[in-house]
Write a protein that binds this ligand. Sequence first.
Ligand SMILES: *Cc1c(COP(=O)(O)O)cnc(C)c1O
Length: 398
Amino acid sequence: MYKDLANKYGTPLYVYDFNHIEKQFIKLKEAFKARKSLVCYAVKANSNLSVLKHLKDLGAGCDCVSIGEVKRALHVGVARYKIIFSGVGKRDDEIREALKEDILMINLESEEEMGRVELIAKELGIKARISIRVNPNIDAKTHPYISTGLHDNKFGVDVDNAKRMYIKAKNSENLIPVGIHFHIGSQITELEPFREAAKVVSDLVRNLQSLKIDIKFFDVGGGVGIDYEGEETINLYDYSQAIFENLTGLDVTLTCEPGRFLVGNSGVFLTKVLYEKNNGKKRFVIVDGAMNDLGRPSLYGAYHDIEVIGSEGNESKTDVVGPVCESTDFFAKDRVLPLTKHDDLLVIKSAGAYCFTMSSNYNTRARVAEVALIDGKDKLIRERDNFEDMIKNEAKCI
Ligand SMILES: *Cc1c(COP(=O)(O)O)cnc(C)c1O
């Protein structure tokens, strides 16, 4: 099947299984079904419009980290009351536009930012619905580059600061505190950090309640890890219980912002072998995809499972590398793979999240096409860039 898709659409190519995305979404909703819940998909994981529309049709809202992402969500018809705007550095124009669009809430990450939002809301003559991202100072035990819940990280504000901000917001003419938020990191495979964070933040909610500050949305962020190389992942029922056990007596809508969990394992990246070569003892498989198409290995040293279609036997250790002029341009190091030949197809697994969205035109390489699989049928959901796409914003300025 992957061979047919590679022939039909060319390589490199992303393929996403929409039925798998649906399965993941339903699993999550099921786990949370004992309470009111709102699943706001983290758009940055995979912001393809068809992916967003698919999730919207399933009932998802969106968690956005730029006004561009907010506009993507609105573009495919996500209800404004299901859109959250997060992020540590929002520009004034982004805040203004988000307020005008009347989205569910703006997630604040500093006191100074709250001041900006208040000022802009005042200019617009409205009340801004806000939530505050609490940094609970908890080690999510994940890769340091994707850990966000420690005071060492740039994200959120500590509990005492958050409390002060809530009191200030309550007394403001132009702010309405409606939510509370934490997001402690990504690709988390242990339950305890979630339980501890939920405890710290729910204690704050009770504290705020006694000050007559009524929190309606308890947002546990995203971060649920997936299986890249056989790692044990979190049981979703245990996950929901670890959070619910802290919410006894609180009338809040459980909100979550999964990205990777929904789309990560529904995608693969297809790339063809160009050449094999040996430098001394070292073997290299050179493929037509590169770090500009899928950057997680070069960015985080991330592991992606790789399958060679149609080749067996003659296995040995090899690096799988792309054509880009950087030594970090690799998909795998010292991976045991069969001997390949020109045009063999490699399937790079778990490529649905943080892969296409991080791609670029580096080396003036066209950003690749994306295809959806829906009930076994394929559908193009993004055309490959052509040369004109890549130069158009410069060509008009020569
Ligand atoms: C990136 C991000 C998420 C999604 O994280 P995943 O690990 O993909 O689930 C959720 N919330 C915020 C605020 C984020 O920045």
